[in-house]
Write a protein that binds this ligand. Sequence first.
Ligand SMILES: [Zn+2]
Length: 244
Amino acid sequence: MIKSFSLSRVLFVFLMFAAVVAATALLITKKNEYPSVFTLGNVDLPVLEIDAGHGGEDGGAVSLTGVHESVINLDIAQKLSAIAELAGLPYTMTRDSEEIKYPDSAKTIASKKVFDQKRRAEIINNTPNAVLISIHQNFFPHKSARGPQSFYAKTPGSDSLAQFVQGTMNTALFPGNRRVAAPIAQNIYLLKNVSCPAVLVECGFISNAEEARLLETDKYRLRIALALTSAYQQYLDEKNEVQK
Ligand SMILES: [Zn+2]
């Protein structure tokens, strides 16, 4: 969890948050039918589980300039948590630093990864009314591949959340992106083993020079966090409509 911010950081994030509220209004078509972030009707607000992929001894993919995916994931996750904090949206994080404490019994990187994935699934499954957004960066040998893509678990609600994530990221970050929300591969432990609505988002390709350059900037990571907030808001609005 983020516990304290400097005043300038709070002000900055608040201004950014105001921007996402405005962006949400622009992005959704029937804007007058949707409540604002601050009035969510009768919906019991879910707990947003913000999962920064990798971390600890698992740095994930490495960008062309040598930046580990885990660092980019964590920064976006922290920005998203700061926005959730200001918006009064309940959230938790599966990690809030690059360090992960492993038990003595986990001696190899593989066993440490297994421990960490089980730990994350446990946190999420022990949270009532959770919604998972797992943040990752993509990598592909063909360096031309780029653009965000969302993947959804089999659990109810996942597909819908992934559509909102994909649509918002396409609009806000990469207009013309032809990627669509897709079912997650069955070998992805976390999304296979959580019982809540769950989405994994590959925010961009760190194997693509232009996208890696963007992903290494604070400004672009903030735009991603804002797009994810907007997508989550649309998901809550849809839930609200269904429950009316
Ligand atoms: Zn990853």
